[in-house]
Design a protein. Structure first.
Length: 115
């Protein structure tokens, strides 16, 4: 048996699964029409590795204090102003011309990076 060198899914702890689903789907401009599974899981429609929002694992101590991954962009400035216009709490400005960080409503730190 071997472990693949591929990430399958990242779990994000969220307090309210419905509110988190709506917030992340708005951020990523995807439909929030998937099923909430088992009353606490929502699988975001993603390209590449998946993201699962999970309200069962939530506690303030479990939130990401530093980004565990980044969302890709091909235009970091446009992405920065998009997030800012959504009135999302920014943690940094654009750093080194390539990335910035912000928080979701539960305090998870997230990153957008132009690669």
């Amino acid at each position: 048996m071997t472990i693949s060198n591929q990430i399958g899914t990242v779990f994000i702890p969220v307090q309210n699964i419905e509110k988190a689903r709506d917030w992340y789907c708005r951020l990523l401009n995807v439909k929030a029409d998937g099923e909430i599974q088992f009353g606490h899981l929502y699988i975001l429609p993603m390209k590449g590795p998946g993201i699962v929002l999970d309200s069962k694992i939530y506690s303030p101590e479990h939130t990401f204090k530093t980004p565990a991954f980044h969302f890709n962009t091909d235009d970091v400035e446009a992405a920065f102003f998009y997030v800012k216009n959504l009135e999302i709490e920014l943690v940094t400005g654009i750093e080194h011309g390539h990335y910035f960080t912000f928080k979701d409503p539960d305090g998870n730190h997230l990153m957008v990076c132009q690669c």
